[in-house]
Design a binder for this molecule. Structure first.
Ligand SMILES: Cc1ncc(COP(=O)(O)O)c(C=O)c1O
Length: 388
């Protein structure tokens, strides 16, 4: 085995050990990890995959690439997760898999989802792309379902530039994921790996809460010009698999992941403190902050907050030096998604649509501190909470 492959294997195993499961498989992106899991579970033409109607289109593409049909479930308004009470009614004889996405890092009600899935004989796959470190009933998200997938893209809980991982504790499923990889997975081109390494340096040096808005616009512009390794290409806004989709993780990404694992505890502790601080500051500012489910200990990738005028909040944030996120702009984020091609039509998930109109999100990452939180809350206070 080459030295690069050994580095990737070390990261896979280190991450699986941290999570407390047997196997990890590293990929170019989280969406590729999701594709590998679904393929290993035998998802194909004629099958349905259940997802929350409040997600990213990149999370729906793998379902479409396999010829299956996504079926959307509306969300709970507090956690933004799939409403478990609506889930059973969406199950049909064609349902093959339930995707439990832990949105923003709020854990899904995994006891209820696992009970229902067991009763109906369905595998659950956890989308942990936003939920590194979150726990439910004292267990880490990512250890409940048959498998889980993770994203290490720029704005995720920790970053390898871009990157993703599939994890499972099921030896049989691990064998099938390995077969899928052995059959088709290709290494990323060397030039792309080097460009990504350069981007990681720029990111570490220049991207802070006050510079994020400028950096994001510049990054998107450079992506369109093909001058940087982008997070998504325009071809990914169509439900057909691009030729360079099924790529593994490069050694540079794996090394970055191993470094991130060294300080994961302080990263997660910081995010927990930021959540408590936002809870407090927003409650003081007049928002009704719902108490967290006592079974859940969320680690938030971003702190979601509803505002009276989202368009204004987003437009004025850069000038105010506030790092304001727009997730999720529409049920299949972002707004460019041609939703009819993905089987979503307006009115399917009304609570998700309302959340898309109202929710912006604030930074919890380690480069944001108490002053960032105070400035961010003072800013959203100017916009105000939505009228009820
Ligand atoms: C909830 C969710 N799942 C999956 C993904 C896919 O992750 P990646 O960008 O690493 O492919 C994303 C983001 O793109 C996401 O927000």
């Amino acid at each position: 085995m080459s030295e690069n492959s050994q580095t990737v294997r070390r990261f896979e195993q280190a991450f699986a050990d941290w999570l407390g499961v047997r196997s990890g498989f590293a990929f170019w992106k989280g969406r590729v990890a999701m594709y590998a899991i679904l393929k290993a579970l035998g998802v194909g033409a004629g099958d349905e995959v259940l997802l929350p109607g409040y997600t990213c289109v990149m999370d729906v593409n793998p379902v479409k690439y396999l010829g299956a049909t996504p079926a959307y479930v509306d969300i709970e308004p507090v956690t933004y997760n799939m409403d478990v009470d609506l889930l059973e009614a969406r199950i049909t004889p064609r349902t093959k898999v339930i995707i439990a996405q832990h949105t923003y890092g709020y854990p899904c009600r995994m006891d209820a989802i696992m009970d229902l899935a067991a009763r109906r004989g369905l595998p659950v796959v956890e989308d942990c792309c936003l939920a590194l470190g979150s726990t439910y009933q004292g267990r880490r998200c990512g250890t409940f379902g048959a498998a889980a997938y993770w994203s290490f893209q720029w704005n995720k809980p920790f970053t390898t530039g871009i990157g993703g991982l599939a994890t499972t504790d099921d030896a049989d499923l691990a064998g099938r994921i390995r077969e899928v990889c052995d059959e088709r997975l290709r290494a990323p081109p060397r030039k792309t790996g080097l460009m990504l390494a350069a981007q990681r340096i720029v990111y570490r040096t220049l991207v802070y809460p006050r510079t994020t808005a400028f950096a994001t616009s510049l990054f998107r512009w450079l992506t369109r010009k093909g001058m940087v390794v982008g997070s998504s290409s325009t071809r990914e806004f169509r439900p057909e698999m691009p030729p360079d989709f099924f790529l593994g993780m490069g050694a540079g990404q794996a090394r970055a992941g191993l470094r991130q694992l060294c300080w994961i505890d302080s990263n997660l502790a910081h995010r927990r403190r930021m959540k408590c601080l936002y809870d407090e500051l927003l409650a003081e500012a007049g928002w009704s902050v719902a108490p967290t489910d006592p079974d859940a200990d969320p680690v938030l990738v971003r702190y979601p907050v509803r505002v009276a005028d989202k368009a204004r909040a987003v437009a004025e944030a850069p000038a105010a030096g506030v790092e304001l996120g727009t997730w999720f702009e529409c049920p299949l984020h972002p707004n460019e998604t041609p939703m009819h091609l993905y089987g979503y039509h307006e009115g399917l998930c009304p609570l998700a649509e309302q959340a898309c109109r109202e929710v912006v999100n604030l930074p919890t990452h380690p480069r944001a501190d108490e002053a960032t939180a105070r400035r961010s809350v003072a800013y959203v206070r100017r916009i105000g909470p939505p009228e009820v």
